[in-house]
Write a protein that binds this ligand. Structure first.
Ligand code: CTP
Ligand code: CA
Length: 223
């Protein structure tokens, strides 16, 4: 086995992190998105880098600075994000899906600005690809970590996603808690694994949480 300094447990490993929201176009001047800031995903990417990994950060549109020492692939839509992650997947050791992917997109994005009409109340939408489930089906050696922001029944929903998407862990957070979730600098989460595994991480900065999550996961399994 390759020599790894104690503080560089991810040396020689490739970690792919997705972060931020996706943007689904309605027309050239409008889109559908969500409140994701990208902070948790960027913290995960930086933690992986600090632990010695080669990191690829697939980032939706965010207002954050590009982190040093990390290859950033900018994407816009869920479809773009899927393609970017698939291109990095085969030799990845860990894939972390922190991104808040839009679940729906306008069915027919218009090439020209849509004009309002009296009586119009409806825009036809369709589902975006489920990126984590797609790469979960193709998993060979990769460790897959998903995130789930919930407002209720956090563990039940997260456990369902763990199984349905063939992930190894889901990091679940209750976005109704104070100082947790979208746009906050801190978070409170439960790490959920197979066989009823649970680890609770109390309210702490996202940067500290990211490092603790990797350390906890690496302690449980050699990559
Ligand atoms: N995810 C994904 N592609 C999607 C939707 C979600 O890869 N189209 C990933 C997210 O990046 C996250 C995990 O799946 O790691 C859970 O996302 P979440 O939105 O909580 O789950 P959904 O399956 O979309 O369920 P719902 O939003 O209905 O709770
Ligand atoms: Ca969703």
């Amino acid at each position: 086995a390759q020599f790894k300094p104690k503080d560089q447990p991810l040396a020689g490993k490739k970690v792919v992190v997705s972060a931020g929201p996706t943007r689904e176009r309605i027309d050239p001047v409008r889109f559908v998105t969500n409140f994701s800031s990208g902070k948790m995903g960027y913290a995960m990417a930086e933690a992986a880098r600090d632990l010695g990994a080669e990191v690829v950060l697939v980032s939706g549109p965010v207002a954050l600075k590009k982190p040093a020492g990390i290859r950033v692939v900018d994407v816009e839509s869920a479809q773009d994000m899927l393609e970017a992650i698939e291109a990095e997947y085969d030799d990845a050791n860990i894939v972390v899906k922190t991104a808040a992917v839009a679940d729906y997109r306008p069915k027919n994005a218009a090439t020209q600005k849509v004009k309002k009409k009296d009586g119009d109340t409806f825009m036809e939408m369709e589902r975006t690809p489920d990126i984590l489930a797609t790469i979960g089906r193709k998993k060979t050696h990769q460790l897959l970590i998903g995130f789930a922001a919930e407002t209720n029944d956090v563990e039940t929903y997260a456990e369902g996603k763990l199984t349905r998407k063939n992930a190894d862990y889901i990091v679940a957070n209750d976005v109704t808690e104070v100082g947790a979730g979208f746009n906050a600098d801190t978070n409170t989460v439960t790490l959920i694994g197979h066989g009823g595994y649970r680890a609770r991480f109390e309210h702490m900065p996202k940067t500290d949480l990211a490092k603790r999550l990797f350390e906890t996961i690496l302690k449980r399994a050699e990559l």
